[in-house]
Design a binder for this molecule. Structure first.
Ligand code: ADE
Ligand code: ZN
Length: 344
């Protein structure tokens, strides 16, 4: 029996962390047009409506083709600042108290946008967002796995002067055919330099990519990881080592990882004891921010109040914050539950 204390507004108000959001995936069509105009770029779309209508995807690659093309409107430090500020405002409205945000430097440096332009714009927006909205945030630099490991290694070198602004490295882009084992040197070098490690795995790729991410790259969290349920030994490993999966329900439906939300294995994973979290991935493309993801999963899967609170608590516990900062957020969550009369 699923009681209904956790209505939409309580879900949005629930203090939470977002651990899987690509800043380039928060580019709303309106901002895309604004930046195209500002930078005198011609878009292959006549209107915002036409852009939205193009967001029908068959799989990950069909999405990535449009996503990388759209990123071309991001040219100046101010563009990266505006993009990040817009995300923080949306996240704030959904109760996000802390965000760990991916960016893809190679998407920009390959277009001759300097690494420093990207990271300075992001960093300035995060600093200001913390002052204005009270959201803390950390940056995670992702390597594009469709590019050679040499490109990841040189990107890592470019990042070293900004080491203090970037908490972790990750691995994203086209998964199948680009196994984590191909990036062992880049991740070893990143770990040596003190970066934390995450990796996209088990979104479209097989459970072996999740094993490789853990055992060969040293991943502390797995982004997506939903195909882990195909391998009982892997599932046991995730539970034993309290490995977090950063699950993105609306993304998984838009990219046809599951045909419909009621088929999603989020609730099964949670009930198996996996430290699952809910996130938005690329919210401008997939039909919603983190609150929408919680609501869609609750409605289709019948998540209980207890499930929803566990997901929020998991998100805070899985951050790369220090223990005392985590405790501040956990206390805030406990206070919220008390004030709202949510019995868990
Ligand atoms: N880059 C942006 N979104 C992604 C996803 N869902 N999987 C892999 N790479 C991505
Ligand atoms: Zn992702």
């Amino acid at each position: 029996m699923n009681d209904t204390v956790m209505d939409d507004s309580r879900i949005r108000g629930l203090p939470k962390a977002e651990l899987h959001v690509h800043i380039e995936g928060t580019l709303e069509p309106e901002l895309m047009f604004e930046l195209a105009c500002r930078n005198a770029i011609e878009l292959p779309f006549a209107s915002v409506e036409e852009v939205r209508a193009a967001y029908e995807f068959d799989d990950l690659q069909s999405f990535l083709d449009i996503y990388y093309q759209a990123a071309d409107v991001l040219r100046t430090e101010q563009d990266f600042y505006d993009l990040t500020t817009a995300y923080l405002e949306r996240a704030h409205a959904d109760g996000v108290r802390h965000a760990e945000i991916f960016f893809d430097p190679q998407t920009h440096t390959d277009r001759n946008i300097p690494f420093s332009t990207v990271v300075t714009g992001l960093h300035r927006a995060l600093n200001e967002g913390e002052q204005r909205l009270g959201i803390t945030a950390l940056l995670i630099m992702c390597f594009l796995r469709h590019l050679p490991e040499e490109s990841a290694l040189s990107t890592l070198e470019e990042a070293l002067p900004f080491r203090d602004w970037i908490v972790a490295v990750g691995l994203d882009s086209s998964e199948v055919g680009h196994p984590p084992e191909d990036f062992q040197r880049a991740f070893a070098r990143a770990r040596e330099a003190g970066f934390r490690v995450v990796a996209h795995a088990g979104e479209e790729g097989p459970p072996s990519y999740v094993w490789q991410s853990l055992d060969l790259l040293g991943a502390e969290r797995i982004d997506h990881g939903v195909r882990s349920t195909e391998d009982p030994e892997l599932l046991a490993r995730l539970v034993r080592d309290a490995i977090t999966l950063t699950i993105c329900p609306l993304s998984n439906i838009k990219l046809r990882v599951f045909q419909q939300m009621s088929d999603h294995n989020l609730k099964d994973l949670l009930h198996e004891g996996v430290r699952a979290t809910i996130n938005s991935d690329d919210p401008a493309y997939f039909g919603g921010y983190i609150g929408d993801n919680f609501i869609a999963a609750r409605d289709a899967l019948g998540l209980s109040d207890n499930d929803i609170v566990t997901l929020a608590r998991n998100s805070i516990e899985a951050t790369f914050l220090d223990e005392s900062s985590k405790q501040v957020l956990l206390d805030e969550l406990a206070r919220y539950l008390e004030v709202q009369g949510i019995p868990v």
